[in-house]
Design a protein around this ligand. Structure first.
Ligand code: NDP
Length: 323
């Protein structure tokens, strides 16, 4: 089968399409014929060595497809089931052996594209607005990179919970998408001199209850300065680079602020949590509450191009690789 491998870490040029033996499902594993693999920012961190892994390794964590065989001891799944997963290494491939404990059933109403578009990024958005900082009706929240994969879902879910979303984006096209997802105000953060001042002006000087920041290096200071007293900075990624060490006294100076650096994996570690968050997200997709925007579909052989596009801020919504 064909699979995307990384022999040494580096730029997108280290991505290789290889011919590998077909996987055999081990104890408790499902063999899945992949219909679509999800491209996520974390894949670029792993490829670049920012999140170190021993080489060589199979790239990609997320996918959806049909179960073609069962390993010994599998219960709750059968051949022909449609499943999806978000944390199985080597998912940019034609076939993947998926631990049954990490696979979720895909409802009939959810298409393959939606199943991938909603899982890692959708559960992240759901966790952030329900568990990391449970957003309440009437609160003002700041969402950076609001036209991105996570950003569009976060904007929709926060809006759905009755929050007023102040979104940031880098282009007029992205601003339109953020507005379409429910943002009340959109700021082009590449054009303003003082982002926090803009946010404060939009909140009568008070600031936002929470800043959801997956951009990191270039937005961190403005996120912190945009919070109301006792507000929370949820730093969930670093698309622009890693944030340097922070002096805790800055949290005090800003008004007894909270800072957290969450990872989805810690919120859906148990089967119960995984079923809860994926179930809520898929139900919202199925009933039309959550719109999944597929920004681009690439053939598996173009994985390097997908990474280039994602990292050069050219993309919106979800990127898929089709084996
Ligand atoms: P996106 O589709 O959001 O792409 C990243 C976006 O970040 C770009 O489109 C761009 O939007 C913005 N950006 C700002 N500055 C830069 C820069 N210098 N280089 C590149 N992009 C920049 O990606 P994802 O939805 O996959 O991920 C978004 C963030 O969420 C990432 O940081 C990722 O690591 C994080 N994440 C964290 C998870 C967790 O568990 N903690 C889980 C999933 C994602 P614009 O052009 O509008 O500025």
């Amino acid at each position: 089968m064909r699979a995307v491998q990384v022999e040494r870490t580096g730029g997108p040029e280290v991505i290789e399409l290889s011919e590998l033996p077909d996987p055999t499902p081990g104890e408790g594993e499902l063999l899945v014929k992949v219909a679509a693999a999800g491209v996520n920012y974390i894949d670029t961190y792993q490829r670049a060595g920012i999140y170190p892994k021993p080489t060589p390794f199979g790239l990609g964590l997320e996918g959806t497809g049909t179960v073609s065989a069962l390993g010994p001891g599998v219960t709750g799944f059968t051949v022909g089931d449609r499943v999806a997963w978000f944390d199985v290494a080597g998912s940019y491939a034609e076939q993947v052996a998926v631990p049954a404990g990490r696979a979720v059933h895909v409802p009939d109403e959810v298409t393959d594209d939606q199943a991938v578009g909603a899982l890692l990024q959708g559960m992240t958005a759901h966790v952030l607005v329900t568990a990391t900082y449970p957003v309440a009706r009437g609160e003002s929240v700041l969402v950076h990179a609001a036209a991105g994969g996570v950003g569009l879902l976060l904007t929709q879910l926060a809006n759905e919970r009755g929050a007023r979303v102040i979104a940031t984006v880098s282009t007029a096209e992205k601003a339109e998408l953020a507005t379409g997802a429910g943002a009340a105000d959109v700021i082009n953060y590449t054009e303003v001199a003082d982002l926090a001042a803009e946010v404060r002006a939009l909140t009568d000087g008070e600031g936002v209850s929470v800043a959801y920041d997956g951009v990191g290096k270039t937005t961190f200071d403005a996120s912190l300065a945009s919070l109301r007293p006792r507000g929370m900075l949820v730093l969930f990624g670093g698309a622009s680079g890693a944030v340097p060490p922070v002096d805790p006294m800055r949290l005090n100076a800003g008004g007894s602020l909270y800072l957290t650096r969450p990872s989805l994996f810690h919120y859906v570690a148990s089967r119960k949590e995984l079923e809860y968050h994926s179930g809520e997200v898929y139900a919202a997709v199925a009933d039309g509450t959550l719109d999944i925007r597929i920004g681009h579909r690439y053939p598996l052989a173009d994985a390097a191009k997908a990474h280039q596009d994602l990292q050069s801020r050219r993309t919106t919504g979800k990127l898929l690789l089709i084996p």
